[in-house]
Design a binder for this molecule. Structure first.
Ligand code: NAD
Length: 489
């Protein structure tokens, strides 16, 4: 039997106490990498108890001491970048070109950023005549992180770094399709000096997630996942009234005005649709292009996309890897058919690449990057999150009209504007209902700035100092200097 990816509880790897196993499949060739040992209820209880035991000592440490451990973890993550990036590629199917430069690095940056601010978290003081009050910023307690599969290490770090910097302890459940790097992160934390129990990992799917959501001794859930999962998590957390951060899906608009730098806009649209095979929540999948530049845009888009090599994710020249699973591939191919059947014009791609005779890649979950052109914002491909390399291009001619159309969605994660008219850029961005907007670029997510959605794309923010608000609570202490006196007289 293959060695299964374990839990990580109280500083040690250990198999789940249930006999339940799930398969971890390499999306590039369909082979089973290994199995996951799924956490039982007892394992989840043990992880929560471990995090609870570790909380007092960890939260009592000075911020500068907690920060030092996070900074050391960032250093180790960087030293092991190649090995961790290869695991990320095997688990997700994304190109090594991305994983080796972005995935592990962005995790390390989150540890560095929050490690750096751990020492400067502070409360406040109010003088009230001769009396005064002070407001302490305290950690929430035991937090649970539940991750999606598209950026496994980045998501684990984006949740663990602020949680731990603020003095919380954490149980992290990676997505069941990408289980391995969370355990590696837990080991790296221990190597960097993190006390046992401060960061635990449990493995499994929605059932294990639900146990965390319903657990009485967990104070907060931070989820990255689909809107539907966010709704279930919010409902499940209602009984225990947990704090929530929800990082959910999107169907984000990118608006390309006729006064933009067209080459740049084409690259932005490609990055905002085809990076990580399109499996990015903030992707700008509704690309509104001004009618005066439409022909030039489509021509360049096709020419530039044709240069992207689809293939073995471990090959450094590959730019489009495999989708996460067979069912995700089917979902994307279904949307291609839906797009065609609703009358959208398929400009290119959307089929499965055929590799050489006998190539194991033929068993992988690949779809060639695709673009549709349609006049109709009501097409399902223009309204629903596909989470694959499928761009929908829509024409517009009036600024006012395109703003209304861009906002006509239940989602509100992100948006982009390409124009060289800066007044227009600020004016349009001001009116876009999205938590993250880019002017003349797309999908840039520095750890220094908050990330999160409006409307049904989420609640709360990750990254930036703003994240501290979501991993701490305020304690107000009023101090009487003059005595109670006689309040009833
Ligand atoms: P998903 O919602 O299926 O799963 C996410 C996680 O939730 C997994 O770990 C899963 O096991 C767990 N889960 C599922 N049902 C649960 C339940 N009822 N209770 C508790 N946990 C449960 O999402 P996915 O398919 O892994 O990821 C893709 C989605 O994630 C897309 O919609 C994408 O837009 C979104 N996403 C959002 C962000 C963001 O920051 N806003 C980032 C990445 C991905």
């Amino acid at each position: 039997m293959r060695k299964a990816t374990p839990q990580f509880i109280h500083g040690k790897k250990r198999p789940g106490t249930s006999s339940e196993r799930m398969e971890n499949i390499n999306p590039a060739n369909g082979t089973v990498i290994n199995e996951i040992s799924v956490a039982s209820g007892e394992d989840v209880n043990d992880a929560v108890a471990s995090a609870g035991r570790a909380f007092n000592a960890w939260s009592s440490m000075k911020g500068v001491e907690r920060g030092r451990i996070l900074l050391k973890s960032a250093e180790i993550l960087r030293e092991r970048n190649r090995e961790l990036a290869e695991i990320e590629v095997e688990d997700t199917g994304k190109p090594i070109f991305e994983a080796s430069s972005v995935d592990i690095e962005s995790g390390a940056e989150a540890l560095e950023f929050f490690g750096g601010i751990a020492a400067s978290l502070e409360g406040s003081h109010m003088q009230l005549g001769n009396n005064f009050a002070y407001v302490k910023r305290e950690p929430l307690g035991v937090c649970a992180g539940i991750g999606a599969w598209n950026y496994p290490m980045q998501i684990a770090c984006w949740k663990a770094a602020p949680a731990l910097a603020c003095g919380n302890t954490m149980i992290f459940k990676p997505a069941e399709l990408t289980p391995r790097n969370a355990v590696n992160l837990a080991e790296i934390f221990i190597e960097a000096g993190l006390p046992e129990g401060v960061f635990n990992v449990v493995q499994g799917g929605p059932d294990v997630g639900r146990r965390l959501v319903e657990h009485r001794n967990i104070q907060k859930i931070s989820l990255t996942g689909e809107v539907g999962t966010g709704q279930k998590v919010m409902a499940g957390a209602a009984n225990t009234l947990k704090h929530l951060s929800l990082e959910l899906g999107g169907k984000n608009p990118m608006i390309i005005f006729d006064d933009c730098d067209l080459d740049d806009a084409v690259q932005g649209a490609m990055m905002g649709n085809f990076y990580t095979q399109g499996e990015i929540c903030s992707n700008g999948t509704r690309v509104y292009v001004h009618t005066d530049i439409m022909n030039g845009f489509l021509e360049k888009l096709e020419k530039e996309t044709a240069k992207l090599k689809v293939g073995d994710p471990m090959d450094p020249s590959t730019r489009i890897g495999a989708l996460i699973s067979s069912s995700q591939k089917e979902k994307v191919l279904d949307y291609i058919e839906i797009g065609k059947s609703q009358g959208a014009r398929l400009l290119f791609g959307g089929d499965e690449p055929v590799f050489g005779d006998g190539s194991p890649l033929n068993n992988g979950f690949f779809v060639n990057p695709a673009a549709f052109y349609t006049d109709s914002d009501d097409d399902r491909i223009a309204r629903e999150e596909i989470f694959g390399p499928v761009m929908t291009v829509l024409p517009f001619s009036e600024e006012e009209d395109v703003i209304t159309r861009a906002n006509d969605t239940p989602f509100g994660l992100s948006a982009g504007v390409f124009t060289n008219n800066l007044k227009r850029a600020y004016r349009v961005v001001d009116r876009l209902q999205a938590g993250v907007c880019w002017i003349n670029n797309y999908n840039i997510t520095p750890v220094e700035v908050p990330f999160g959605g409006y409307k049904m794309s989420g609640i709360g923010r990750e990254n930036g100092r703003a994240a501290v608000e979501y991993y701490t609570q305020l304690k107000t202490v009023y101090v009487e200097m003059e005595g109670v006196g006689k309040p009833f007289e």
